[in-house]
Design a protein around this ligand. Structure first.
Ligand SMILES: Nc1ncnc2c1ncn2[C@@H]1O[C@H](COP(=O)(O)OP(=O)(O)OP(=O)(O)O)[C@@H](O)[C@H]1O
Ligand SMILES: [Mg+2]
Length: 358
């Protein structure tokens, strides 16, 4: 008889407290529960995430959320085979809450503990709804990261390109803030965009034709800031959101063409799979443009299910499950790593003064 493998995942890297139980049986993975508590109300009046308040909210909620995940899954706590918790990257005070909570459960149940890189969770999140084989090209577009990576296996990443300034999610959030959309505004941009004239505002596309598949969004934000005085009514907001959405889609299409080529040059196995993951992968316009581009280039294009694009603990449990099968466990003295990168060998390429080759 095939044994079921049951994993508890815990996520607290930023402003979502989340816990999930997943189970694999006969090679099929099911999400038995996936509880997410977002802190929008806590941070709303500040227009962004306040780390100390976020950590406090995690402390208040983490046990309730985990209890709910276990009860909703209908499993008995003793059926849990391993506990996986996010160890980085993220806000140190927030990561500490979930990681320590996960370690405590692992110690009390005497079950293996697995420290998970949050970005690896995003990277394999499409595995819940599609067959996902290594190697593949990953475009990670989230609140803190924007990178093209060659993914050769679990824990085996080569960065092909990165943003040299803002992350794409950050660019959506900042644009929303400048044009007066209430926090968290990023996801609302595409709703506004649907009602606007995308040709009205001309926005820059920094380093579009140079720098390989590296990206830059800071100039775009500055241009929008300069246009702010012209934004007087709702129509102006719709038009600027539409122009921004269009510009982002065009940048991603051009940069993805470069990334396809770089990936094919690197990848001897010729597995033409393109994964787009992270919070911004929920954007329908981006999804439709990149899906079409992939089809034109004979790449299979995979996105996570819409409900798993943003932060969640099911994706953390999934990394835990894969590591459990490889028997890759961690000691209970594993520390949080707020800057944990997928490709730790990649050179630091961020901030003013970065020189991008032509
Ligand atoms: N429909 C959408 N269109 C554009 N951006 C979106 C959409 N939905 C969510 N986002 C953006 O996704 C980001 C959140 O993604 P995610 O939760 O993965 O980020 P994070 O966990 O804070 O960062 P990271 O994963 O890099 O640590 C936010 O910046 C949000 O504005
Ligand atoms: Mg995330």
């Amino acid at each position: 008889m095939n044994k079921k493998i049951t994993v508890l995942g815990i996520e607290s890297s930023c402003d979502e407290t989340a816990a999930s139980i997943i189970q694999e049986e006969n090679g099929k993975v099911k999400i038995l529960s996936n509880i997410i508590s977002s802190q929008f109300d806590v941070h709303k009046e500040f227009g962004g995430v306040v780390p100390e308040l976020a950590a406090r909210a995690h402390v208040e909620k983490i046990d309730l959320i985990t209890e709910k995940a276990i009860s909703e899954s209908k499993i008995n706590i003793n059926q849990i085979d391993a506990i996986a918790a996010t160890a980085g990257p993220g806000l140190i005070v927030c990561l500490t809450v979930g990681l320590n909570f996960g370690k405590t459960i692992a110690a009390s149940l005497n079950k293996p503990f697995i420290a998970v890189n949050h970005l690896e969770g995003h990277a394999i999140s499409p595995k819940f709804n599609s067959e996902l084989n290594f190697p593949y090209l990953l475009l990670l577009i989230s609140g803190g990261h924007t990178q093209y990576l060659l993914v050769e296996g679990l824990g085996n990443y080569k960065r092909l390109g990165t943003t040299i300034d803002d992350a794409l999610g950050e660019a959506f959030d900042k644009t929303a803030k400048i044009i007066g959309i209430e926090f968290p505004g990023g996801p609302k941009i595409e709703k506004y965009a649907e009602r606007g004239n995308k040709e009205r505002f001309k926005l820059p596309k920094p380093i579009l034709n140079r720098g390989g598949c590296n990206l830059s969004f800071a100039g775009l934000k500055t241009a929008i800031l300069r246009m702010q005085p012209k934004i007087k009514n709702q129509k102006d907001r719709f038009d600027l959101a539409a122009s921004f959405q269009k510009t982002i889609e065009e940048i991603l299409v051009e940069k993805t063409k470069v990334a396809f080529q770089m990936y094919l040059n690197e990848n001897n196995y010729f597995n033409k799979t393109f994964v787009v993951a992270g919070g911004v992968a929920a954007n329908k316009g981006i999804k439709s443009r990149l899906t079409k581009l992939s089809a034109d280039n004979k790449f299979e294009c995979l996105f996570p299910d819409l409900s798993l694009c943003g932060d969640n603990a099911a994706m953390i449990a999934l990394v835990g499950l894969e590591k459990f099968k490889n028997k890759t466990f961690n000691e209970l003295n594993f520390n949080v790593n707020p800057r944990w990168q997928l490709d730790e060998k990649a050179e630091f390429l961020k901030g003013a003064g970065v020189k991008i080759e032509s």
